[in-house]
Design a protein around this ligand. Sequence first.
Ligand code: ADP
Ligand code: MG
Length: 387
Amino acid sequence: PSATANMKDKSDRATTEQVLDPRTRIILFKMIGRGLLYEVNGCVSTGKEANVYHAVNSERRHLALKIYKTSILVFKDRDRYVSGEYRFRKGYSRHNPRKMVRVWAEKEMRNLKRLQTAGIRCPEPVEVRENVLVMGFIGDAEGWASPRLKDADISPAAFPALYSELLLTTRKLFHECRLVHADLSEYNILYHVEPKAAPAHNGPSPQEATAIPTSAAPDQEQAQGDRGHLYIIDVSQSVEHDHPHAFDFLRADLRNVEDFFARRGVPCLGLRGAFEFVTKESLEGEGGPAAALACRLAQAEQDSGEDGGEDTAHVNARSAVDEDSVFMRSYIPRTLNEVFDPERDVGALNRGEGEKLIYKDTIGIVGPKEQVVDGQRKVQFAEDLEE
Ligand code: ADP
Ligand code: MG
């Protein structure tokens, strides 16, 4: 069948998922016409804001198409990422969903390029047209997508190295890409085992040659045993490191990382330690990021071993958790003009505009809470809450 026929069959099926509106179909047909795509296959993932499809180009290279949905409602709750982003100062129209979605897709493309330039493992950005982002496919030679970190079958012995890999990546993202992921978790990380490099005299098979994302620039320690690495995806909402809420997003990201690996028995740095490691300006005095991290991990392990009896261990673990939860709750202003302004915010709440407070749900707990006392609306601030 011709490429066009291929797409038609499959896009008809996708129409029932209400993503491929006529305009999106035209974009895909044009990509096929130009030879960028050969066929568009089934859905790899359906999400709230976008669906991801598997596609191949005429050289049988596997590709992923992320097609953003163009309905207005879907992007309403993204405002918190937009406020404070200088890249959004112009051209972000909250009233034109197609324009809005286009900005998100273009942003994901630009962010992927930054990751790639810094040598962070991620899908290779290929092209963006309106709401369609074309990128390298993270998966095997047959077109099966690699699992999310959440679902991956990883031997317990490999987790500590992956934890270190992820902290080093997050640090690099912060200092070299000048980005905070802002939705980093085991859901937005793929665990991908690169196919073994074929012996030189055989040469790679054409399939293998095209299935490997060329963006991968392995510059981190190889996990022992498992050869898999972590690939960062879903960077459309990532924010500049000087976004007024960058630190809140980073803290929430690191909370997810710490929770995930701690649940798997990895001796971690703890939220504060991880935050300090990622944000510290220079680690050259400590022999560079990898050495500095190893040293901190050894120190953390020693500290946890020092407290003798089980009771103290228990108490220490408790107080570390308490400390983390206080840290989690405290608002870290990124720039002075964004410092918590109770008067402004109470005013907004009393006008029924609480939704507009940009920090409102950055981490869920910080920010004024409303209470109705004697028919009067009262506002409570985080520091007053006895939680
Ligand atoms: P969403 O906004 O829906 O969360 P994501 O970018 O996280 O979008 O992609 C959703 C899912 O699609 C991912 O969890 C992953 O399983 C799959 N996916 C996304 N990009 C790729 C890719 N480049 N290669 C393979 N699978 C991908
Ligand atoms: Mg995602």
